[in-house]
Design a protein around this ligand. Sequence first.
Ligand code: ME8
Length: 548
Amino acid sequence: GPGRRLLLSTPIFYANGPPHIGHLYSALLADALHRHRGLRAAGPGRLSTGTDEHGLKIQQAAAAAGTSPPELCQRVSGLFRQALSQAAVSFTDFTRTSEPRHQRAVRHFWGALRDGGALYKGSYEGWYCTPEECFLPESQLAERRDAQGRPCKVSLESGHQVHWTKEENYMFRLSAFRDPLQKWLRDNPRAISPDPFYQRVLRWLEEDLPDLSVSRERSRLQWGIPVPSDSTQTIYVWVDALVNYLSVVGYPETHGEWWPAAHHVVGKDILKFHAVYWPALLMAAGLAPPERIFVHSHWTVRGQKMSKSLGNVIDPFACIGQYTVDGFRYFLLRQGVPERDCDYYDEKVVKVVNSELADALGGLLNRSTALSINPSNTYPCFSESCFPKILDYRETKAVGRASAEDYEFVASVASLPLQVASYFEGFQIYKALECVALCVRQTNSFFQRHRPWKLNQQDPAEKLWLDTIIHVTLECLRVYGTLLQPVIPHTADKLLSRLAVEPEERGLSSLTFLPRYNGKPCPFEGRQLGPDTGILFHRLEKSRQHQI
Ligand code: ME8
């Protein structure tokens, strides 16, 4: 059939400062899922991103920079758009929360909450953390001393100072949603992945669930959307920001075509907003929760949290410049593990990218397409007499020239596409890449142990075996190139073009490895290879530091 629609999203980024690699990582995860889905021809898809431009944090950042909020947001939003485009993030929509269409959607959403009886006006007091844009309970605070040595309170999570705030606010009846939220999660065990985060949200729902303050006094916060019909109040920036996932699909008019087929990629620091507040707000406004929430952890830099005050923020533009788009994408997606924080350092990028992309993958292509062993520059034929199909290769003595090791290797490549698909499905892209890297290594061993350059091309029997070795190797490369498209689109394209794989032959649903081994025709056999456009991936040089 035509497949179903799906909205994939990145978080919308605070426009208070330039992008760093943590932001890029969030976007690359979403981009890889979006591209993967496109290659499966799974149905119409959108990838939304954008900038979160309202709130006290932005208001203060603009004041500190001696500029106005609109000017700051215009500039920073442009930087995010530029960073994502340069990193080949294939977004289809970019929302700025300052846009009229978004503001209209937020006002409508507020009206739906109010009309549903989910809001009331109350006097609220508590500790507010501006960098996190939320009130924090005592249990999430620690005692510290400020720069002047006076005692103060800070957020346990972020370490930022909190301030006692007391005002009249609109409150959202979050406490009324404990049961519906628990039911939603019980009925949808895959709603939040990976599983440890699902468990974390279930635990939160066992704890206190106080009502949520969803507006601020206009006198304290001018930079935001006024509460409809009460201009003394500004809508809480998190309610404003979350609604981007609806405004992008045309809420309140046309969202029904997409919602709730939405998958949100988010960092662990904003899990509660997405997995507790957002589903509750949606239910209160008469809408279903999003289908899935994919959660990732953080990048640290040499063991430290990345922060502007520590001066260790890594600049994505410089990284792309030094490591190339595909090199840097590969590193972040290969080494980033959603379940735990990962440490970034430049030497690691050079090492991983050189060994896996330049040496292993590039080297394999280079060796298997060398004119010395393949003078006709074609996709050579597979010979069943050399590599007959044996079901229990561990039992049977080899009858052709292939060894038990070769059979095991072919079996592991044959199972790779399904493995990769299931890892993408479970938000474990790093594991998919680990499996591909392992197969690439096995292919290099296969090629190496048969020493095809030693075979005598004048001897017909030797020539059959030589062609079979090359055929199997090119089949492997075709599978790796196809599977790697969502992660390293340019390199994969170069690889597949060299193998003369046409654009319409690059989909994942029709991907078959070594059909001749299963007695089926191979459409590539005998085909002239594509032009040799040089080294697949140039080795990276030793690194410099890349901090903003
Ligand atoms: O939270 N490593 O925006 P944001 C990995 N505007 N990811 C990181 C990271 C790091 N060191 N630092 C940040 C916001 N991120 C809100 C979102 S959505 C309706 C509103 C990730 O610019 C972080 O986890 O602070 C989050 O997912 C994303 O970058 C945006 O962070």
